[in-house]
Design a protein around this ligand. Structure first.
Ligand SMILES: NC(=O)c1ccc[n+]([C@@H]2O[C@H](COP(=O)([O-])OP(=O)(O)OC[C@H]3O[C@@H](n4cnc5c(N)ncnc54)[C@H](O)[C@@H]3O)[C@@H](O)[C@H]2O)c1
Length: 426
């Protein structure tokens, strides 16, 4: 399938997330020699729910919003995956993200399946009270389908700890008892886990450090470029700077800032908070955001959004290691170019799995009613990330495939074995 996609394909097809997910799945399934029946089972989402939710706006008007929840697989445990609020949410995108969650949870071997949700709405023009009503009605509509043993949502684009608190409260009201384990990424006061806000960025740092060892490089001699200065990119920047990495550029949606000697990340965070942008940061120079992606560096971390590395720019990247903090930043066509250029790719389903791993810890702690200190959370996260990185790299070497295909093969194999052991019911 990937080979087929190397023929020139229109960019809208190249960047269709569902086609990209299917291409990766097909390639790995073929390499695994997965039988046709199992391919059919794993290729299609197990359940897709569409809800049209009536919500009264602040001015009294009634509006209907469309929301989705896709459960790709619950073979290894409850569904797990975020909920995004955005005007451009599509069912195809939610499907792709749900399948990525299945593979991500399997790569790090945590007992969850994969799911994802989304509501088509524009949070920029909605008030907090309107967002709360959308969240609560969406949760109520999904009541039978979510739950600690069924499907456990989390924050994603434009949703946050407050959104999770509303979901937890709505679910608990319907259940007639407080149920914290129905969502993760909650506020600390409501059963959230220490270390969760930093977890995805920390995971990126851990796998990047493991990759450096393969190249016999050290953090001090490694230049890092990060696209996206939000939760993932910001935390990765902060933690990597603390470990001695030289963060030479931060790229945001409007502009990049660059300092070949390394940026002062804490000062940049302060500047961004005060001005709303990384533009005109005193400790760096403004740079075109597209050009900054092509800076020579040891590690490039796309941690903003999907489809930023495509057939149009992949050949110009000058990084040795590409650590995918975002979901789906690289298209299948771009993958081929990166492979030809010997870029060491740490694929998204491994690189950004620190978030779901600590979400798993949050779910465990909520169910136990016993909370861990931050040191223990970070220690257990490190163990899982280091072992998963080693497993993927060893798998790639053994099967002579790239890291992405290896991660998919490892994950698909684990999910397929679970299904085989369970057997097909009726
Ligand atoms: N937060 C998590 O735990 C987590 C876990 C796994 C994967 N991810 C993925 O990581 C990515 C980032 O998530 P986040 O939680 O950090 O989001 P976020 O909203 O906190 O941060 C995203 C940042 O990227 C910037 N941005 C948006 N478009 C950009 C562009 N085209 N170029 C440069 N910068 C741009 C935004 O201004 C923002 O600062 C998403 O793909 C998300 O699905 C997040």
């Amino acid at each position: 399938m990937v080979a087929e996609m190397t023929a020139p394909v229109p960019l809208d097809q190249e960047t269709n997330p569902w086609l990209a997910a299917a291409a990766r799945f097909d390639e790995a399934a073929a390499k695994l020699k997965l039988d046709d029946g199992m391919r059919k089972v794993l290729r299609a989402p197990a359940r897709e729910i569409t809800v049209n939710i009536p919500v009264q706006l602040d001015d009294g008007r009634l509006e209907v919003f469309t929301g989705y929840r896709v459960q790709h697989s619950i073979a290894r445990g409850p569904g797990k995956g975020g909920i995004r609020f955005a005007p451009d949410v599509t069912l195809d995108e939610v499907r792709a993200l749900a399948s990525w969650m299945t593979w991500k949870c399997a790569v790090v071997n945590i007992p969850f399946g994969g799911a994802k949700g989304g509501v088509i709405c524009d949070p920029n023009i909605l008030s907090d009270t309107e967002l709360e009503r959308i969240t609560r009605r969406y949760t109520a509509e999904l009541f039978e389908f979510i739950g600690p043993e069924r499907d456990v949502p989390a924050p994603d684009v434009n949703t946050n700890a407050q959104t999770m608190a509303w979901i937890m409260d709505t679910y608990s009201m319907h259940s007639r008892h407080t149920c914290t384990a129905v969502v993760t990424g909650k506020p600390m006061e409501l059963g959230g886990s220490l270390g969760r806000p930093e977890a995805t960025g920390r995971g990126c740092m851990i796998v990047s450090s493991e990759a450096l060892k393969l190249f016999e490089l050290t953090p001090e001699t490694s230049r890092v470029v990060i696209q996206g200065f939000g939760n993932v990119g910001g935390m990765a920047a902060r933690l990597m700077k603390q470990q001695g990495f030289k963060i030479i550029s931060i790229i945001e949606y409007d502009i990049a800032t660059y300092n070949p000697k390394g940026l002062d990340i804490e000062a940049l965070m302060k500047h961004r908070k005060e001005t709303g942008s990384v533009r005109d940061f005193a400790g760096g120079e403004n740079m075109d955001r597209h050009e900054a992606m092509f800076l020579e560096c040891e590690i490039l971390i796309p941690a903003a959004t999907e489809n930023v590395i495509t057939s149009t720019n992949a050949a110009r990247l000058r990084c040795r290691i590409l650590c995918e903090g975002a979901n789906g930043p690289t298209t299948p066509v771009a993958d081929e170019i990166l492979m030809a250029n010997k870029v060491f790719v740490i694929p998204d389903i491994l690189a950004n799995s620190g978030g779901v791993t600590v979400s798993y810890f949050e779910w465990v702690q909520d169910r136990q009613g016993f909370f861990w200190n931050e040191e223990l959370v970070n220690e257990r996260l490190k163990e899982i990330m280091v072992n998963s990185f080693a497993a993927v790299v060893a798998y790639a070497a053994k099967h002579q495939v790239n890291n992405r295909t290896a991660a998919y093969m490892l994950a698909i194999d684990r999910v397929a074995s679970a299904i085989k052991l369970r057997g097909i019911y009726a």
